[in-house]
Write a protein that binds this ligand. Structure first.
Ligand code: FHN
Length: 478
């Protein structure tokens, strides 16, 4: 196992096993919710909250950093009394164009099978009328239960809902980054823990259709040192909602190891650290489930009014990322940041439409598939189902021949090929290059010269028993 980019975990067998009392509560699950998770393929992330009213700027001045972090704005460009101004935004929170059913219909057409929705981001503003905080939609002109509307609208479209919840909470006086050192701070921290637990149980009870929690903001040292509490709370959440899915960000062990315990075991149902990055290969994943959450711009999760100078990923970029994730058994979750009115941006609308068109034409390569573990020689990304291989071509070979390398003794090999979107049959050749010491055989799919494509396309290869064998000639003496 190779190490992950965000942890210092070592290959399991190179270190002595350390006693861990607050390690994983679950081993790799194979129940229906997790099997469903593996089939999702594409997800949608939505970042929406008070920060969406601002779009990353105030009074025409652009704040540095990500727009959803704007409350943390400080330094010479920050407006005077900035946090007070920000914290009062609930009084004008009333996104006039917000209709969760429009979001959900768009997500459905795009091909998303799950959504992760920000119930509460770092600012602490709850998008449901929480009984445990005055800082919520209940105290805004909007007044509606936005979390409930999202859960209902997406569930009605057959899209599973995961509740994003930030533990880091700037609105709670007891929240602290470092471990509390005075009696007063300890009491405040305990209040914060009670409040966090109460809100999580409240979310579970209010929204029985939600499939899981997507935790964030769990890096603070006080939270890390509260491992007994988080261990018990994870257990409580799982007991309260059997089948609930919890990612690896929620908690750490008693040695401070996050995502993975000190012995390298995953702390949750799936690996949740792949934020705006992808594993280089499948070996890095150590067999764990995972998803990758990705922004369309470089690093803005909330709406950004002015994106000048910031590259926005195209539908082509996102299709390639999606199929790269799928080729390694993961899901891609694309982030959307609705604007101050609660509407997706024109760019997001366009990307969603283009993705939807591509995915609906190539659905078999996207959803109920796993990795193929074959070398696609840089042509693209491979996914596999029971009896088919799907090669998503992103780099069309100049000679028009898409070559796949298989072990010479493979029990199942491609026996026919066609273009997935149109069904057009393609010529398939078995090619033995006759290289000395080569233990591979190649299957070449010939792309017709008259086949034009301006976007990635998928070659579907049906698998069957190999026919015929390479003639073995005597090797020359050397
Ligand atoms: O700080 C947040 C950020 O604003 C955003 O919510 C992302 C989404 O994965 N998570 C945090 C950083 O890990």
């Amino acid at each position: 196992m190779t190490t992950s980019p965000w942890t210092s975990r070592q290959p399991l067998d190179s270190r002595p096993v350390v006693p861990v009392e607050f390690g994983p509560l679950v081993a790799r699950r194979d129940d229906e919710p997790m099997r469903r998770f593996r089939r999702y393929g594409l997800g949608q992330f939505i970042h929406f909250g008070l920060y969406s009213l601002l779009g990353g700027e105030y009074d025409g001045v652009r704040a540095p950093g990500a727009p959803e972090w704007i409350r943390a704005w400080h330094g010479p460009t920050a407006p005077a009394d900035w946090t007070t101004i920000y914290d009062g935004l609930n009084e004008s929170f009333d996104p006039a164009g917000l209709d969760a059913r429009v979001w959900a219909r768009q997500a459905k057409a795009m091909g998303a099978r799950y959504v992760i929705f920000t119930t509460k981001h770092h600012d602490g503003f709850a998008l449901w009328p929480s009984a445990h905080s005055a800082y919520s939609v209940a105290n805004s002109p909007f007044g509606r239960d936005l979390v409930g509307e999202v859960v209902d609208a997406y569930t009605a479209e057959g899209i599973d809902v995961f509740l994003y919840f930030s533990v880091l909470d700037w609105s709670h006086p007891g929240y602290s980054d470092g471990p509390p050192e005075t009696d007063r701070a300890r009491a405040g921290w305990q209040e914060f823990l009670d409040y966090t637990r109460a809100q999580l149980l409240e979310l579970l009870d209010r929204y029985p259709a939600a499939r899981g929690f997507w935790f964030d903001g769990t890096w603070g040292r006080a939270w890390v040192s509260s491992y007994e509490f988080t261990h018990a709370l994870e257990q409580e959440l799982r007991e309260r909602r059997p089948g609930l899915i919890i990612g690896s960000r929620f908690r750490n062990d008693e040695h401070g190891a996050r995502h993975f315990d000190t012995n390298g075991r995953l702390l949750g149902d799936y690996e949740q650290g792949w934020e705006r990055k992808l594993p280089a290969d499948r070996a890095m994943l150590g067999g764990n489930d995972w998803d990758c959450v990705m922004t369309i711009g470089p690093n803005a999760w909330g709406w950004m009014r002015n994106t000048a100078g910031e590259y926005q990923k195209t539908a082509d970029d996102l299709i390639e990322l999606l199929m790269r994730c799928r080729s390694m058994g993961g899901n891609l979750v694309i982030n959307f940041g609705p604007d101050a009115d609660g509407r997706m941006t024109a760019y997001e609308d366009a990307v969603a439409e283009q993705l939807g068109a591509w995915i609906s034409a190539n659905a078999d390569a996207v959803y109920d598939v796993g990795p193929a573990d074959l070398d696609a020689s840089g042509i693209g990304w491979l996914t596999a189902s029971e009896d088919r291989l799907f090669l998503t071509v992103v780099n069309r070979p100049v000679n028009g021949v898409a070559r796949l390398r298989l072990p010479a003794d493979a029990a199942r090999v491609p026996v026919s090929a066609r273009l997935l979107a149109s069904g057009r049959p393609l010529e398939l050749r078995r090619t033995d290059l006759g290289l000395d010491l080569d233990d591979a055989v190649h299957y070449d799919t010939v792309l017709p010269a008259d086949f034009a494509a301006d976007r990635a396309f998928v070659i579907e290869l049906t698998l069957g028993a190999p026919e015929g064998e390479t003639v073995k000639r005597a090797e020359a003496w050397m």
